[in-house]
Ligand binder design. Structure first.
Ligand code: ADP
Ligand code: MG
Length: 212
């Protein structure tokens, strides 16, 4: 399949300009298959190997739909580890560079709670975090997800392997039923199908074969 330019997508001019400056000239296969679904507001299950460009496959859709007149959390990205959450947040910040006033916050375990609570008081558009710590903030009432539009489960297979299923279910219960849910995974075990059946609405499935 030939690769396509990002300019074929209905993205804001500043997002396209930034992609040029990052030298992202062509979409990767998973971006090509996922972004039209994400931009249409539909639920998505996407399977692709590490390095296939999954962060931009959801991130550009999320940034396109972002309403920065409100400081309520609009997008929550759940990741299995702090290291992965930091990588996702770093890539989202790169993709958001030319969009004014986008606040992206990471909330992970192993970090002190106090500064996280302080940051949450100032509001954030996008939160990236690990399930245990997100659940803790919900329990304390320091994070509210009543205005959430998009929930992303990144590296969902690893999150389930690490025993985060109950935490994910608790978090999902705090979000609006009308949300968009996007699930990314390197593998597709039965547990993914089960969780998708519980929390997704008629998801589109995208699978990108490994190139090497
Ligand atoms: P994954 O989550 O699938 O492992 P990432 O989203 O972390 O992959 O992306 C892997 C690397 O590829 C990152 O360094 C990112 O900056 C780069 N990248 C992503 N999309 C593109 C693209 N369309 N063109 C060039 N580089 C890209
Ligand atoms: Mg990733």
């Amino acid at each position: 399949m030939s690769q396509q330019s990002f300019s074929l997508l209905p993205l804001k001019a500043e997002i396209l300009r930034n992609l040029e400056s990052l030298e992202y000239h062509q979409m990767t296969p998973i971006q090509q298959d996922s972004l039209p679904v994400v931009l249409a507001g539909r639920d998505l299950i996407a399977q692709g190997k590490t390095g296939s460009g999954k962060t931009a496959a959801f991130g550009l859709g999320v940034l396109q739909a972002l309403d920065n007149s409100s400081f309520q959390v609009q997008t929550l990205v759940l990741c299995p580890t702090r290291e992965l959450a930091d990588q996702v947040a770093q890539e989202l910040r790169r993709l958001a560079r030319l969009i004014p006033n986008v606040k992206i916050l990471t909330l992970c375990g192993g970090m002190p709670l106090g500064p996280q609570i302080g940051s949450l008081e100032h509001g954030a558009h996008i939160v990236v975090g690990t399930p245990g710590r997100i659940e803790e903030h919900l329990r304390k009432g320091t994070l509210r997800l009543g205005q959430l539009r998009t929930l992303v489960l990144d590296e969902a297979d690893r999150m389930l392997e690490m025993g985060f299923q109950a935490a994910v279910d608790t978090i999902v219960a705090e979000t609006p039923k009308s949300r968009q849910t996007l699930l990314f995974s390197a593998t597709y075990p039965k547990e993914i199908e089960l969780i998708a059946g519980r929390i997704m609405r008629d998801p589109t499935r995208v699978e990108v074969a490994a190139l090497h």
